[in-house]
Design a protein around this ligand. Sequence first.
Ligand code: BMA
Length: 323
Amino acid sequence: MRPLVRSSDNPIITTMDIPRMSPDIVDPSAVFNPGAVRWGDRYMLMLRVQTRGRRTRLVMAESDNGREFAVWNETVRFPGLDEIGEKIYHVYDPRLTAIGDEFLVMFAADTETGCKLGTARTGDFRSFELIGLGDHPDIRNGAIFPWRFGDRYLRLDRPNRAADTGEPASGDEIVVSESMDLIDWRPLGVAMRGRPRYWDERIGAGPPPVRTRRGWLLMYHGIATHFGSVNVYQAGVALLDLEDPVRLVGRSRDNLLEPRKMYELIGQVPNVVFPSGMIVDEFDTDGFAREESTVRVYYGAADTTVCLATGRLGDLLSAATDG
Ligand code: BMA
């Protein structure tokens, strides 16, 4: 049995589901790579909507069953982001973290000087407070742990390495960084590296990791770059040590999800599954996710639609066996 099974309703969100929000969103081209979090009984997604001008807008969607979503009729605004002193071209690929009684958003922001990771907080997904834009020169795929380590926040991030000509900025190390204030981040170490010539040559964290009794469950994307004309984006899992997440306990030998369906193979960017949201329903009284719990993985398909795959937490953990 495969640990992740696609929803028969895929793609669960397409551009047809996005209300017109003139002038920001009129007849959009794509909706993909959503952040996801549970808010009481509701499943919340923060969608990346792309317009025909290839501008990016973030829009919330909610659901009470995790499968059928109603898209909100307003775009997400991070007040102050326009005055930050740097021209920001795109804000995209948000990861949502529930921590204490608030929600944190970590997003990628394309600037003149590279990709930055920005952070905002919210309590209701309607108004957001911008916390800041990090000053790392070029970094992406930031995901904040849903847990305080003493006074510290931890996150996973993925510094971009110098791109070869014509190739998108990418990287092959997932790093654990710490911060006291969510503004200044200090790298603690590399948790995992890409595996040259296999499915995950370049890698980046997917959704924020899930706290389990066996360790932190991380879903990540791996990019195979050794095919002549196209990169293949897939998803797999890793297990990080509970107390010291820089220490990798195991990772999946194979990917658990790869482009196979037409909606993953064809689209704005072909051959992409990009996991960005993961919701686990059940936690025990100590705050550990239950192994029998359902896991919902939300992913972008071909940079064009939003899709859902589900599994059982214990099966995903058991896939992270490689050293
Ligand atoms: C990555 C990011 C993602 C995107 C993916 C596939 O580098 O830009 O947002 O989904 O490429 O195009």
